[in-house]
Design a protein around this ligand. Structure first.
Ligand code: CDP
Ligand code: MG
Length: 833
């Protein structure tokens, strides 16, 4: 009865919605504005070249006027004192010396592959060479150059740099476009954008009309978007013989790319770096009086060695050792150095080397070494912050008159970003704690010392268990080279590797391309939205094709969530999802919020899932932080916790007490602000793709209905679902595919003893030794039955196991009929008629 009553409730709500929605979902689709891809592409570089177009219409006169204007502007800048200074700097870059050769190679070849040391001027100079020479050419600037970057922060900072090198305001000739943000205008001829933006553009404009040059930067990173883009471009090149494609990279397997593009031309910009002295862990320890020696060599793969501390040497020198290095060594458990084969390298955990060793080296450099900035490569944002906190508590390094401590990672805002390029005052040592973003994308000018922890937080994907894993993984030898190279740009440098040489010897030469180590759902959707035919066939033409199983898993997932039909065609829902630049599950939640008029809380939740976790847990105040978080745990939902936290902050903001609120509740002010901004962006997105009009009130009739919000979360996250097995004062979790799973410790549900609903839907499953689920919300049967999965998959075929009582209930023919018809109607509403 209770289930029926609930189902009844949903049915009534749904019917009341239906009468409101005059058009069906599919009518909405066909009526959407034609340029509505949510990225505002109706201006700027993606249009046919201005000058060419206007010359056809208005004649040569206007063409000449515009291009003369641009030429005059360019020349005036180059002759001004600042311009001359800038030109002097630019001409000191190795890329500048190759300018003519590069331009001539571009004009002779449709595809050109260019490599050169990081910092030699590829990203900032090459696109400029093309732009400048086009402006100076007789026919005027008819070029439209797109330069893609794997990361937002790089696209923004490079475009700023290039605009300032040209003495222009960003958004005129030079602009940028990243997801939900951009600066460009009608006259933008050089656009830096993320690879994702260009891919999205390809949905509506397969031929990239008007674009004259595509520069794909940082291809050595082998990101999934770049690999995908290359397949699409390879198909496009024969249809657009005048389109130029330039691939750029720091270190590069040029042969691989060249043969992929039918023996395309390659070019290397000769670089110069000063020698860099390398110190592996054993050298660092030896410098400080310790020794790490090979104790036992097992002749297996020639790599298996066991390193142990030479205890005798240690005892002998103990008296000479400073307490700091002792701390460092205590933190590092050297038994863990027992080296095995490459596969088991990840057993060794660099975190246990601990911050103490880094701290020791930093102090050592600050006290005894010559001037020069220090760059520390860490694995991620969390350990960067933790290390920063630790360093600031130490007197030597926390003194701002001696040390300028800065951080550099992918999600910092542009203000912090600019700080890393700042030169410190005389006598002040700059220390930058960075992720591998500083490896090739961002060049910090004055680095002389590099500390390399040897790891990177990498995603990997276990196709067999259909599970993404997020573990710090060892970097490749190529990356080591890159990191080391950062020390020798301005003068001879020093590089400290925080691992022994034998670990380095076992590193892979190259990092595995992302396409081989991530889930492929979004990629498959993109392939479908670009109408590229069979997913498997398309992916088989990639530079390196992913495992068949991984492809099948992704297709299966998209079918379960209702984005693809049985024949692998995009459904209406699927088409909408391709227009929303976010993971399919978040897109689904938004769409649900629109259809069921509870958009406001869904905007908050989706935004909250797109930013860094707003709940902070400082190491030394863990208990207090957890207690603060538990105040948000009433709804048995991490998603509701975000919602409540945001609403609390928003209320406090009205009284200008937002900061205070965050401080008391251990919330990140930055995350709150980011959620606030993203909410508006996402609202513009759903508006742009024609799902809502600008009137926000009517999308919110049901915004206070917690059951409906729970349903939206379930609709988005299914099939991420596990059953709750309650036992007295504890519970365990199970999924059909994996058996037992565990709650991530930062979930609000991890501190509960009873979960009042039989299911938890979750954001993601992560493999870290055991399987953990992150970001969960408890949901009742009725919600799962109505909003879990798609009806075509059936409801009990292994994806979902109902509790026996409920199953019996649903086997009753009358109930089953009614249920089926409600599901069908819901499905019709959500999909199409
Ligand atoms: O792309 P590549 O690594 O070859 O170098 P780039 O990013 O074009 O940078 C060339 C030079 O410009 C760097 O060595 C920096 O000295 C300088 N640069 C800068 O001062 N500020 C920026 N935001 C970017 C580059
Ligand atoms: Mg670059």
């Amino acid at each position: 009865n209770t289930v029926l009553r609930r189902v009844d409730g949903y049915l009534q709500k749904y019917l009341s919605q239906k009468s409101r929605m005059k058009e069906s979902f599919s009518d909405l689709w066909s009526a959407r504005p034609s340029n509505s891809d949510g990225i505002g592409i109706d201006e700027g570089i993606f249009e046919p070249p201005r000058l060419l177009a206007s010359s056809r219409v208005v004649g040569e006169k206007i063409l000449c006027q515009r291009s003369l204007q641009m030429r005059d502007q360019q020349r005036a800048w180059q002759e001004s004192p600042e311009g001359r200074n800038m030109l002097e700097f630019r001409s000191s870059l190795p890329a500048y010396r190759e300018k003519e050769a590069i331009l001539s190679a571009i004009s002779r070849n449709q595809v050109l592959i260019i490599s050169g040391e990081t910092g030699c001027g590829k990203t900032t100079q090459l696109p400029q060479f093309i732009l400048e020479s086009e402006i100076e050419s007789v026919h005027g600037a008819v070029c439209n150059i797109i330069c893609t970057q794997p990361r937002r922060i790089a696209a923004i900072s490079v475009s700023e740099r290039v605009a300032s090198e040209r003495g222009e305001i960003l958004g005129e000739n030079v602009g940028y476009k990243v997801r939900l943000e951009g600066m460009r205008g009608r006259d933008t001829h050089l656009l830096f954008c993320t690879t994702g933006i260009l891919l999205r553009r390809l949905i509506d404009d397969r031929k990239l009309k008007g674009v004259t040059h595509i520069i794909v930067d940082e291809i050595h990173e082998r990101g999934i978007n770049e690999d995908f883009l290359l397949v699409v471009l390879k198909d496009l090149l024969p249809c657009r013989p005048e389109l130029k494609l330039i691939l750029m990279s720091a270190t590069l397997d040029a042969e691989l790319f060249s043969s992929y593009f039918n023996d395309a031309a390659t070019m290397k910009i000769p670089g110069f770096t000063y020698p860099v002295r390398t110190h592996f862990l054993e050298d660092i320890l030896e410098m400080s009086g310790y020794r790490l020696t090979p104790d036992n060599q097992i002749d297996d793969y020639g790599q298996e060695r066991i390193w142990k501390m030479n205890k005798q040497a240690l005892r002998k020198r103990k008296s000479q050792i400073s307490s700091t290095i002792e701390d460092a060594l205590r933190a590092a458990d050297f038994n863990d150095y027992s080296m095995q084969t490459r596969d088991s390298l990840s057993c060794w955990n660099p975190d246990c080397i601990g911050f103490n060793l880094i701290h020791y080296i930093l102090c050592n450099i600050c006290e005894h070494e010559r001037p020069g900035a220090i760059l520390v490569f860490m694995t991620g944002w969390d350990d960067i912050n933790a290390l920063k906190e630790k360093l600031l508590t130490h007197s030597v390094l926390s003194d701002p008159s001696r040390v300028l401590l800065q951080i550099c990672h992918g999600s910092m805002d542009s203000l912090d970003q600019r700080l890393i390029f700042e030169e410190p005052e005389d006598g002040v040592r700059k220390i930058v704690l960075a992720t591998n973003i500083a490896e090739t994308s961002i060049t910090i000018n004055d680095v002389v010392f590099v500390l390399d922890c040897g790891k990177v937080k990498g995603s990997s994907y276990d196709a067999l268990n259909n599970t993404p894993c997020l573990l710090p993984t060892w970097i490749s030898k190529v990356s080591v080279q890159q990191r080391r190279g950062r020390a020798g740009r301005v003068q001879p440098g020093e590089c400290y590797h925080l691992y022994p040489r034998c670990v380095y010897d076992a590193f892979a030469d190259h990092q595995l391309p992302e396409i081989l180590r991530t889930p492929l759902q979004s990629l498959c959707l993109q392939i479908k939205s670009l109408k590229l035919g069979s997913i498997s066939e398309f992916l088989s033409r990639a530079l390196q094709s992913p495992e068949i199983l991984a492809v099948q898993n992704a297709i299966e997932y998209l079918k379960i969530i209702g984005a693809l039909d049985e024949n692998e065609n995009l459904t209406i829902l699927g088409r909408y999802l391709t227009l929303l630049p976010m993971e399919p599950k978040l897109g689904k939640m938004l769409i649900f919020g629109v259809i069921f008029n509870c958009l406001d809380p869904i905007l908050t939740i989706v935004a909250g899932l797109s930013v860094r976790d707003p709940f902070l847990t400082p190491m030394d105040k863990k208990d207090l932080a957890e207690e603060a978080k538990s105040q948000f745990s009433n709804d048995y939902s991490d998603h509701f916790a975000i919602l409540r936290a945001y609403e609390g902050w928003k209320d406090a903001e009205i009284e200008f007490a937002g900061h205070d609120y965050c401080w008391k509740k251990f919330l990140s002010v930055q995350s709150m602000r980011a959620i606030d901004a993203l909410r508006m962006e996402f609202f513009s997105l759903v508006k742009d793709i024609g799902l809502v009009d600008s009137n926000m009130t009517c999308c919110n009739t049901w915004s206070y209905d917690m059951h409906l919000i729970r349903a939206a979360i379930c609709y988005g996250l299914y099939p991420g679902i596990c059953s709750v097995v309650q036992k007295d004062k504890s519970f365990s979790l199970k999924t059909t595919e994996d058996g037992k799973v565990f709650l991530h410790s930062n979930s609000v549900n991890a501190r509960q003893t009873i979960i009042p609903y039989p299911w938890l839907v979750f954001n993601e499953k992560i493999k870290v030794n055991s399987l953990f689920i992150r970001g969960s919300t408890a949901v009742p049967d009725s919600v799962v039955l109505l909003f879990g999965g798609s009806i075509s998959k059936g409801d009990n075929d292994g994806h979902l196991k109902m509790s026996p009582g409920l199953l019996e209930f649903f086997m009753e023919p009358a109930v089953a009929d009614m249920y089926q018809s409600i599901r069908k109607e819901l499905e019709n509403l959500i999909q199409s008629k």
